[in-house]
Design a protein around this ligand. Structure first.
Ligand SMILES: [Zn+2]
Ligand SMILES: [Zn+2]
Length: 114
């Protein structure tokens, strides 16, 4: 499953998804390292329920950053583990401008690939 981090372009694993809140479509992912670099622990600890719109400015939050949550379920005989995300009112969101700011973070090393 190739889901790459929108900020560093590396495989993001199951940390956070980036979801278009209008279409409900997942547009990317954010890896642990980039989340820490950009947000510190504020996404984990913040009280986003009371925040209307973008986490950084007063524009609308077009993109939600929900956490992937592993889930184990019994399915007949087998134990099925899935990973899912859920966008709720407590999920932090950013506007399109600030999503671009995450993407356009200057590279930390010399990269030639696009
Ligand atoms: Zn990253
Ligand atoms: Zn913003």
């Amino acid at each position: 499953m190739g889901q790459r981090c929108i900020a560093c372009g590396e495989p993001a694993g199951y940390n956070r998804a980036v979801v278009d809140t209008v279409g409900g479509v997942r547009v990317g992912a954010l890896c642990v390292n980039c989340e820490r670099a950009e947000f510190g622990r504020s996404l984990e600890r913040g009280r986003w329920r009371g925040v209307d719109g973008c986490a950084f400015c007063d524009r609308d939050g077009f993109y939600a950053l929900p956490q992937w949550v592993p889930d184990c379920r019994r399915d007949d005989a087998a134990l099925v583990s899935t990973v899912a995300y859920e966008v709720t009112e407590a999920t932090a969101t950013v506007c399109d401008e600030h999503l671009h700011a995450l993407r356009d973070d200057p590279p930390r090393d010399d990269r030639t690939r696009k």
